[in-house]
Every structure is written in structure tokens, then in C-alpha cells.
Design a protein around this ligand. Structure first.
Ligand code: SF4
Length: 494
């Protein structure tokens, strides 16, 4: 019997077919979504070793350097000795294999036992963490490692980093000992069934469904959906469709939103349906213009690009706090002239204060500041105000001038090509087909902007590459605010 790793057992928990494919056809898996998560996990794991072993007495089992067999054998020796904390200790028993993030020796009752802590980069304990720790502690128990406690350590989002590489308090440790031990017999059954699936010659006949995206988007979706045909306008394109309503519509046998019964749709969903049926856009130009007429000139069009670190990098910041490293600002003057300004800091130092100062300088002190989904810009500006009290009143004044173009677009415009979305990337090509994010070189969305920023500030990035990334970021963010100007002009009737 081959050992099944913890990740394979958890793959079985999501879908037996996923486990089978992981083993027999791993080359079909799309891994692109997991790379960023992997990098975050590595950094969180690194800091966890520092936090749970402040004196540096522990041992790290480096599986890449040692290989599985040696990692398991060294772990067994160190677990028997109990001379200090162990990180990534290899455990194997009953046809299963796992590497424990943190094992802390505990001799409080006179014998050697271990406090098992699984480290997670989320800000709370999720249900799949409970499965994860149940599997891991089961393997430890089966292999004869006595456990004093079983816990999950997740990121404490109330933690503020005060510098100096000191991260005590970054993790919140949640004890799950009782409920986890109670699940060990359940885990034993999962393991038996998972082995049966792994050993069967044919792939299990399981249809795709909601389980393909829970708890994670499965990397085999393209493969499993390869022969399926999907409606041109799936029900999922109906905005804010409550799951119960969706289920009720599906019960009528309808898959395409164009056939959805009107009585099960609200007004905006009915508009989406009508535009999809006719192929014609909806545009209440008069109402859109009247709404925008309430805001005077000049007009500012603002968009931030932000970065959020699970492990805070700069003093005074919290985990996952959205910190602006760039903004783009188009200014439409009363005489109709348009000007573009912006801010971008790729030094790797905290860009926040310089960003705030530049924002204040460029935004003047009157006129609407348009943003798209302005709640985000409002939050970023308010957090800058909290961090820099000397700038707070001027930043708050800018936040008070924010006008959100998104709800205006939602109320007055819809094109069937938007497929139920009013994101700027959905509205722009419908309203202004001459402008396109697809034409941008490199960075084309917010996630790519964050990846470009991380690459640009990395010490190993060459000057040439950094200049290229700078140009890509500049062009991307500029397009975001130019798109807003063009949407505003179209709505205003200019
Ligand atoms: S895509 Fe869905 S059905 Fe296919 S393996 Fe993944 S979870 Fe299972």
C-alpha cells in the first residue's frame, strides 16, 4: 500500500475523482491559481518558526534537501528525543503521510508529549482546517507520537507590526484538541475509502457541481468540463441571485437566464434578462446625465493599486491591510482640458506617507473625486488618515468628495456583453470599444498589478525588468482612470 499524503486525503474529501486524477493524471491539473498562495504560505511558515521558537533551539526538517525517507527517519529520531521544537516533522502511519508545521515538546505531566500546531495564513479557522488537523493528528497518534494538544494558528488581523522583525502576536492559536480527537475514527474511514479510490483502475464517474469550488477551485475543472456545453447566458450571470432563487429557477429546468421566469427575478435581474434576450443595451442617458449634473467641475478620477501582506512588512501596518503603492489621477478642468497625474513607488520601502502627501497635493480642495467602486478608495484614504494624523483632516476632506461611478452605471446602463457584471472591465468595452485592457502589455488587472509590484521590489529583480514593470503598472493604472473619464463623458453626454 502506497502512502497517501495529507493533501491527497483532503483532495479525496473534496471529490474522490480529484484524488484519482491527482494520482493518475496529475499533468491535467491547472496549478496557476495556487502559486501565489504557496508563496504566502512559505512566508507565513518562516515567521511561524521564529514566533514558536524564539530562542532558535528547534530543528527544521527540510524535505526538499532530505527526501521523504530521510525526513521521516530524522523526524522520528527527534520526536523520540524531544529536545526542542520541530518544524515540518514527517509523520507516517496506516498508509498516510503528513508534515506537521509546528511540534512543541511538552513535559508538563512528567512525560514527553507534543503540542501540535498547524499554521494557516487565513484570518480565522475554516471547516477545511478542521479536516486538515484531524488527518494530521490521526497520523501522529497512529504513529505513536503522544499529543498533549492539537491547535490551529491563524493570522491575527488585529496585530500591528512595530518593526524590528518582531512578530509575537501575529498568530492566534485556537485549541481544537477535543473535537479533533473525536474525529479520528472518521479519518480512518476516509483513509480506507481514499485508498480504494486511489487503487481503482478507472476514474470515478463524478459530475462537476458546486463541490468543484469548495473549499477550493479544483484544478481539474477544464478537464472535467471538456465535453460540456454551457448556455450563452448562464444563470450565474444574473447579478446578486440568491442561492435559493437560483435553486428555484433550476428546478424549473432552466439553465439559460433568458428563459428564467420573470416572477423569480428582481428589477435589475429582469433588465439583464431583457438585454440578453434582445441583444440590445439598456441606457437611460437622461437619468445618468441628470445624476452627474449634480456634481460640479473640475472633476478628479482616482484609482489606487494596493498591496496586502499576510506578514506585515512595514511598521505600523496590519496583516492583509491594503496599502497603496500607486495611484492614477485624471483631472478634467473646467475648460475641458484633461491632465494625467500619478504616483508609483517601487523602492520597496513603505510608500504610504509619500502616497498620501502626493494625493493631497494633486487632488486640490474642491470638486468631485470620482472612483469606481469608491468604497475601496474611501477605505484606503481613511486608513492613511489613521496612520498619519498630521494629514488626517486633508485626507478626510478628499474622502468626503468621493463619488462612486459604479452604482450610477448599475442604475442607468447595461450591455448584454457585460454578462451580469458592472466592473469597469465589463462596462468599458461595451461603452468605449476603442479602449481595451486586453491591449495592455503585461499588467491587465489588479492581481497582476500586485504580482508586478512584488516582483519589482524583490532584490533579485534587474533594473531593466524593474523599468519594464514600472511602465506596465503606469499604463495599467492610467487606463483605469481614463476608463472612468470616458464612462463619465458617455453618461454626461459630452
Ligand atoms: S472538477 Fe469537480 S468533478 Fe472534476 S475532479 Fe475536480 S472536484 Fe471532482
Amino acid at each position: 500500500m502506497h502512502n497517501l499524503s495529507k493533501s491527497k486525503i483532503l483532495a479525496y474529501r473534496q471529490c474522490p475523482k480529484r484524488l484519482w486524477l491527482e494520482i493518475h493524471k496529475p499533468e491535467l491539473r491547472d496549478d496557476s491559481a495556487s502559486e501565489a498562495a504557496f508563496a504566502i504560505g512559505n512566508r507565513v511558515g518562516e515567521v511561524a518558526r521564529q514566533v514558536f521558537d524564539p530562542h532558535g533551539n528547534g530543528a527544521f526538517i527540510d524535505i526538499n534537501a532530505l527526501g521523504h525517507a530521510e525526513a521521516i527517519s530524522q523526524s522520528a529520531m527527534l520526536l523520540a528525543e524531544g529536545s526542542g521544537p520541530l518544524f515540518e516533522a514527517g509523520l507516517t502511519a496506516s498508509g498516510a503521510l503528513a508534515y506537521a508545521d509546528v511540534m512543541l515538546p511538552d513535559r508538563s505531566d512528567g512525560t514527553l508529549r507534543w503540542r501540535m500546531i498547524e499554521v494557516k495564513s487565513s484570518t480565522g479557522v475554516k471547516d477545511y482546517h478542521r479536516d486538515d488537523i484531524a488527518v494530521q493528528s490521526f497520523i501522529a497518534a497512529e504513529s505513536g507520537v503522544p499529543l498533549a494538544s492539537i491547535a490551529v494558528a491563524h493570522i491575527n488581523n488585529a496585530f500591528t507590526y512595530f518593526g524590528g522583525g518582531r512578530y509575537e502576536g501575529l498568530f492566534e492559536v485556537v485549541d481544537l484538541t477535543g473535537e479533533t480527537v473525536d474525529r479520528h475514527e472518521e479519518v480512518r474511514q476516509w483513509l480506507t475509502l481514499a485508498h480504494e479510490i486511489a487503487n481503482q483502475p478507472e476514474e470515478p464517474a463524478i459530475e462537476t457541481g458546486d463541490h468543484c469550488n469548495s473549499p477550493f477551485t479544483c484544478g481539474f475543472c477544464d478537464y472535467c468540463n471538456r465535453d460540456k456545453t454551457f448556455p450563452d447566458y448562464p444563470l450565474g450571470s444574473l447579478p446578486r441571485l440568491h442561492p435559493n432563487r437560483r435553486a428555484a429557477i433550476k428546478e424549473t429546468g432552466v439553465e439559460d437566464l433568458r428563459d428564467a421566469p420573470d416572477e423569480l427575478l428582481n428589477a435589475i435581474q429582469q433588465r439583464v434578462k431583457e438585454c440578453s434576450v434582445t441583444g440590445e443595451p439598456y441606457f437611460n442617458a437622461e437619468s445618468a446625465a441628470a445624476e452627474l449634473a449634480a456634481f460640479g467641475d473640475p472633476g478628479y478620477f482616482l484609482d489606487f493599486e494596493t498591496i496586502a501582506f499576510a506578514v506585515p512588512r512595514w511598521e505600523g501596518t496590519r496583516p492583509y491591510q491594503q496599502l497603496p503603492f500607486q495611484f492614477s489621477l485624471h483631472i478634467l478642468h473646467s475648460d475641458g482640458c484633461m491632465e494625467h497625474q500619478g504616483f508609483l513607488d517601487l523602492s520597496g520601502a513603505d510608500p504610504s506617507q509619500a502616497c498620501a502627501v502626493e494625493l493631497i497635493r494633486l487632488c486640490g480642495n474642491k470638486g468631485p473625486v470620482f472612483a469606481y467602486n469608491a468604497g475601496f478608495e474611501s477605505r484606503v484614504i481613511r486608513e492613511l488618515a489613521e496612520r498619519f494624523p498630521e494629514l488626517a483632516s486633508r485626507l478626510s476632506a478628499i474622502a468626503a468628495r468621493l463619488v462612486d461611478l459604479l452604482p450610477i452605471a448599475r442604475r442607468h446602463y447595461y450591455h448584454p456583453s457585460q454578462h451580469g457584471s458592472w466592473s469597469i472591465k465589463a462596462v468599458l468595452p461595451a461603452l468605449c470599444p476603442d479602449l481595451s485592457y486586453d491591449a495592455l502589455d503585461g499588467v491587465q488587472d489588479g492581481n497582476m498589478a500586485q504580482a508586478a509590484y512584488q516582483e519589482a521590489i524583490a532584490s533579485e529583480t534587474t533594473g531593466e525588468r524593474k523599468a519594464q514593470l514600472k511602465e506596465q503598472l503606469h499604463e495599467y493604472c492610467k487606463l483605469d482612470t481614463l476608463a472612468m473619464v470616458r464612462i463619465w463623458q458617455a453618461f454626461k453626454g459630452n
